[in-house]
Structures are given as structure tokens and as C-alpha cells.
Ligand binder design. Structure first.
Ligand code: C2E
Ligand code: MG
Ligand code: MG
Ligand code: MG
Length: 293
């Protein structure tokens, strides 16, 4: 009986181990597959850029766009950025992907402005590794020149964690970027641990309040107090605030009450490819929408 028990424990253990191993193996295989195909993604034209409108909450007008990358994998279909950006970051490929995103989105913005005459601002996400690359400042300068865009029309979004990794280096690079005249934003604010006091060291223009604060338990009193306190403090520090992930009219009303500067989210618009965005821009005027009290 004891033998039997030991035997089955071993068998179960072995099975568990096998199960675990094959799960791990599968994840690692998918990852390797993604990493390998990422190498050719630019040259094979597999990336696509979508743009999500940013709305000024005073005028209810679209004032800017955020560039969001999409990857159409030939076998695996659409891979979300949260799945492949970390792989691109670890393997170093984010540097060429990031440069492509900057260049391509500035070109597309130039075309949009030429066609529609609307001077929208463009926000581009910049990863930690890109921020530290020695060539970012030159890249930005070259891309703006090529697209004939004034530097204040480009905003770079950096995460708190990217800024905090090597604070002194980050401060120095941000100063150079600021000298060029580009706008600087902190993305996903509230998900890191830094707090506003630390962020004062950086020459920032905009804070983007993470959507986890904006659209989860929006009705919860604690959350609302947090959003209000955050907005007051940010304004005292002369920073403009964008609320991410605005999905409901309820939360929009609170954001208006608390004098939040801009909003972005599915309530206004999904990220769209440039041709669809152009149609959307023609049709949309949020100032005409009725906002219930
Ligand atoms: P992010 O920069 O914070 O971008 C906002 C994300 O929230 C986008 O997800 C957007 O589609 C989504 N979103 C917008 N409105 C709403 C809403 O109302 N509700 C909800 N639930 N979600 C909303 P997406 O496009 O999947 O991108 C995810 C993240 O991937 C981005 O977060 C950014 O960190 C990264 N990413 C995307 N494009 C790039 C890129 O070109 N370069 C780099 N380095 N990172 C990128
Ligand atoms: Mg962003
Ligand atoms: Mg964000
Ligand atoms: Mg986010």
C-alpha cells in the first residue's frame, strides 16, 4: 500500500512536471516564433499605425492623436502591442520599430494636415530603451524636418518606469528634447511608484492619468477623490492632464467638474487607421453632443 501511494505520488508529480514543462515550452515557442518574425515585420510591411483622437474637454474638439502600433502577423493574425512590444524591447528591435513609428506617423500626419488643414498634435509612445538610445534626439529632429512639422506638434509619451530607470540620463535626454521644442508626456501615470514630487525633476508638459484610475470603479468615492486631488496637484505644477480610457458619460462629467484638460477613450473614438480617421474627423463634432447633467 505504501509502495502504491509512493508510486502514484511520483506518477502524479511526473505528470505535473510534464504538464508544466509543455506549458512552458509552448509559451517559449510562441515567444521565439514572435521574436523571429519580428525581425522581418518592418520589411514585410506587417505593421500598421492606428490613431486615437484626444479631445480638449473645454471646447470638446479633437486636438490631437496618439499613434498606436498594430502588427498583422501572417500566420498568427493581429498581435496586440502589449504582447510584442516587450519582446521588441528585450531583443533591442524596439529601436528600429520605434524609429519606423516616429517617421511613418509624422509622414502620415503631414499628409493629413495637407489634405484637411487640421493642425492636430501627434503623440508617439517611446519605450525605455529608445529613450536611452544615443540617437533619439537626432532621430526626432530629422523626422520633424523631413515631415516639415513644427516641433511643438509632436509629443513623446514616456512611462514613469522608463523615466525612473536611470534618472540622471533621463533628465539629460528630456532636456535635449525639450530644447528641440517637442512636448513631453508621462504615460500611464499612477501605475508606477514615483509620484509627482519625483516627476518635478523632468521638464514635462503633460500627465496622462492611467485608465485603471479612470474607468474602474469610476463611481467609487475614493477613486474620485484621488482623481480630483491628482488634477489639482498637477495643475499647481503647471502640468496639463489627459484622462486615458474615458468610456462613460458619468466619468466624463466628473472629469469636466474637476477641470481635467483632455480626454481619450472609447467614449470619443477607438484607435483608427488614417483613412478611417479622416472620415471620422469630418463627421465628428463633440461640442454638439449633449452631455447630461
Ligand atoms: P498606452 O500608450 O497607454 O495606450 C493606450 C491604450 O489604451 C491603447 O491600447 C488603446 O487602444 C487603449 N484604449 C484607448 N481607449 C480606451 C478605452 O476607453 N478603454 C480601454 N479599455 N482601452 C482603451 P493598445 O493600442 O493595445 O496599446 C497598448 C500599449 O502598447 C500602449 O499603451 C503602449 O504602452 C504600447 N504601444 C502601443 N503602440 C506603441 C508604439 O508605437 N511604441 C511603443 N513603444 N509602445 C506602444
Ligand atoms: Mg501612450
Ligand atoms: Mg497610457
Ligand atoms: Mg495604459
Amino acid at each position: 500500500n505504501a509502495d502504491m501511494a509512493m508510486y502514484s505520488a511520483k506518477a502524479a508529480g511526473r505528470n505535473n512536471f510534464r504538464f508544466f514543462e509543455s506549458e512552458m515550452g509552448e509559451a517559449a515557442t510562441v515567444r521565439m516564433k514572435l521574436e523571429n518574425s519580428l525581425h522581418h515585420a518592418i520589411s514585410r510591411n506587417e505593421f500598421e499605425l492606428h490613431y486615437q483622437p484626444r479631445i480638449d474637454l473645454k471646447s470638446m474638439q479633437i486636438v490631437g492623436l496618439e499613434t498606436l502600433i498594430r502588427w498583422n502577423h501572417p500566420q498568427l493574425g493581429r498581435i496586440p502591442p502589449l504582447q510584442f512590444i516587450p519582446i521588441a524591447e528585450e531583443s533591442g528591435m524596439i529601436e528600429s520599430i520605434g524609429q519606423w513609428v516616429l517617421q511613418e506617423s509624422c509622414r502620415q500626419l503631414r499628409q493629413l494636415i495637407d489634405r484637411t488643414g487640421r493642425p492636430l498634435r501627434l503623440s508617439v509612445n517611446v519605450s525605455a530603451r529608445q529613450l536611452k538610445s544615443k540617437t533619439l534626439v537626432q532621430q526626432v529632429q530629422a523626422v520633424l524636418q523631413e515631415a516639415e512639422l513644427p516641433s511643438h506638434m509632436l509629443e513623446l509619451e514616456l512611462t514613469e518606469t522608463a523615466l525612473m530607470e536611470d534618472m540622471d540620463i533621463s533628465v539629460a535626454i528630456l532636456r535635449e528634447l525639450k530644447d528641440l521644442g517637442v512636448m513631453l508626456a508621462v504615460d500611464d501615470f499612477g501605475t508606477g511608484y514615483s509620484g509627482l514630487a519625483y516627476l518635478q525633476r523632468f521638464p514635462l508638459d503633460v500627465l496622462k492619468l492611467d485608465r485603471s484610475f479612470v474607468n474602474e470603479n469610476a463611481e467609487g468615492a475614493k477613486n474620485l477623490k484621488f482623481i480630483k486631488a491628482f488634477l489639482d496637484l498637477a495643475h499647481a505644477l503647471n502640468l496639463s492632464v489627459v484622462a486615458e480610457g474615458v468610456e462613460t458619460l458619468e466619468i466624463l462629467n466628473y472629469l469636466l467638474e474637476f477641470s481635467c484638460d483632455e480626454g481619450q477613450g472609447y467614449l470619443f473614438a477607438q484607435p483608427l487607421p488614417m483613412d478611417e480617421l479622416e472620415i471620422f474627423l469630418k463627421q465628428s463634432d463633440f461640442s454638439m453632443r449633449e452631455i447630461p447633467e
